[in-house]
Design a protein around this ligand. Structure first.
Ligand SMILES: [Zn+2]
Length: 58
């Protein structure tokens, strides 16, 4: 299971995501970032910051 705590990328945000599929997790995060944080464009820098916080728990 891939997991991400949004607060690790966006301090103060309590949203957490988990998905068995890493790409689907990133889609969930992108949708959340757009609606909750006004991040409408996932730049390479943003993508790296997010991916660095994704953890895998078997
Ligand atoms: Zn968030």
């Amino acid at each position: 299971m891939f997991k991400l705590a949004c607060g690790d990328v966006m301090p103060g945000c309590a949203a957490r995501f988990e998905n068995t599929d890493r790409d689907q997790l990133m889609n969930q995060v992108a949708a959340h970032a757009a609606s909750a944080h006004g991040v409408n464009e996932v730049t390479p820098d943003v993508l790296r910051a997010v991916e660095a916080q994704v953890t895998f728990v078997a």
